[in-house]
Every structure is written in C-alpha cells, then in structure tokens.
Design a protein around this ligand. Structure first.
Ligand SMILES: Cc1cc2nc3c(=O)[nH]c(=O)nc-3n(C[C@H](O)[C@H](O)[C@H](O)COP(=O)(O)O)c2cc1C
Length: 184
C-alpha cells in the first residue's frame, strides 16, 4: 500500500478498543514524528505519552465542563457515546504535544507535519488517531500542571491513539473539491 493509500484511508477515530498499545508500537509513531522536517531543522517538538487511562480521563473530565460551557451541544454527548468525557474518547494512549517557546514562527506548522507523519504510520499499523485541539483551547493550564510541562515549552495539541473499536465504520472523507488554482 502506498503513502497515498494511507492518506486516503485515514479518518479520525473517536471510538477505541481499550486494548493497550505496546510501547514499541508507540515508539514507532514517535519515530515517524521525530523524522519530520522543521523550519531551520530546529525540531521544536516534544511528546508526553500517557498510557494511564485513569490519568487521561482525569484530565479530560477536568477540561470537559469548559468545553460544554462554550459549546452547550456537547452536554450529555459523552454519555451517549459511552465514554467518560468528550476530550479523549477513552483512548488507551494520549500524546500531549509541546513546542519550544523560543525559535521561529513555523513551530506550529512543524508540529503539524510531525503529527501527520505520526497519523499515517499509525494508519499503516492499524491504529486509530484523532488530534484534539480542544485540549489546548480549554485545558492548556490543566495539562501543563498535570504533566509538569516546563516553562520553556508550550502545550499545543493532544493526539489520541489506540486500536479502533471494531464497530467503527468509516464514512467517505468530506473535503472541498477545488483547493488549487494553476497559472501555466
Ligand atoms: C488541528 C486539529 C484539531 C482537531 N481537534 C479535534 C478535537 O478537539 N476533537 C475532535 O474530535 N476532533 C478534532 N480534530 C479532528 C477533525 O475534526 C478531523 O480531522 C476533520 O473533521 C476531518 O476528518 P478526518 O480526520 O476523519 O479526515 C482536529 C483536527 C485537527 C487537524
């Protein structure tokens, strides 16, 4: 299967099998992220990998009321989905991603490239993923405190990882048709 096949088949996963993901497998994902390109090759990323589900649930439950206050439609959604909170979907692994505060303006883009590598390799290994921006928007202070993220790093996004629940069916991607204009 080509990289393009994986790009086409990857979808965000919001329902996970609780089965643990072996550490070596997680390391393959981190390795894919580590090898990403970055502006001036500064490699501004760092990854806090939490495989303790209770800890992730605690963080998610602390953040969730803020999310619901801002987006009331999410009230009761976790219960309907059968998960403890709407942040991390009870994924067995949550990777909390930080970038160095100093450096250059491409840092967030660098992290995006690293995480796309990670998600595509996860797809290749039969794992599901979903980036969780809400954790940053509503929970930067909570995550920073809980994981003791140092002052010179900025929490930027979380990434859920795990084996997809077998009942998950993937609908086709919803994408704009025209995203480029050619000048020939
Ligand atoms: C930067 C970023 C932040 C995201 N944050 C969330 C989030 O907080 N919660 C969530 O369920 N999905 C989140 N997603 C997943 C998007 O909703 C998803 O990628 C998009 O709907 C396209 O669907 P697909 O990933 O299945 O192709 C995020 C994706 C990106 C790239």
């Amino acid at each position: 299967m080509s990289v393009m096949d994986k790009i086409r088949s990857r979808r965000s996963c919001r329902k996970y099998d609780p089965k643990p993901v072996p550490k070596e497998t997680i390391m393959q994902l981190i390795e894919a992220a580590r090898l990403a390109p970055s502006g001036r090759n500064l490699q501004p990323w760092f990854f806090y990998v939490v495989t303790n589900m209770e800890r992730n649930q605690k963080i998610g439950k602390e953040i969730e009321p803020r999310l619901i206050e801002s987006v009331p439609a999410y009230a009761g959604a976790a219960e309907k989905m059968g998960v403890s909170n709407m942040l991390f979907y009870d994924a067995p692994v949550v990777i909390y991603c930080t970038i160095k505060k100093d450096g250059i303006d491409t840092k967030e883009l660098d992290m995006g490239l690293a995480l796309e590598n990670l998600m595509l390799v996860a797809e290749e290994l039969g794992l599901g993923t979903v980036p969780v921006g809400w954790a940053k928007v509503y929970g930067t202070d909570i995550v920073t405190k809980e994981l003791e993220i140092p002052d010179d790093e900025q929490f930027i996004i979380s990434m859920c990882v795990g084996y997809p629940d077998k009942s998950v069916t993937r609908s086709p991607k919803d994408r704009h048709e025209v995203v480029a204009k050619f000048f020939e």
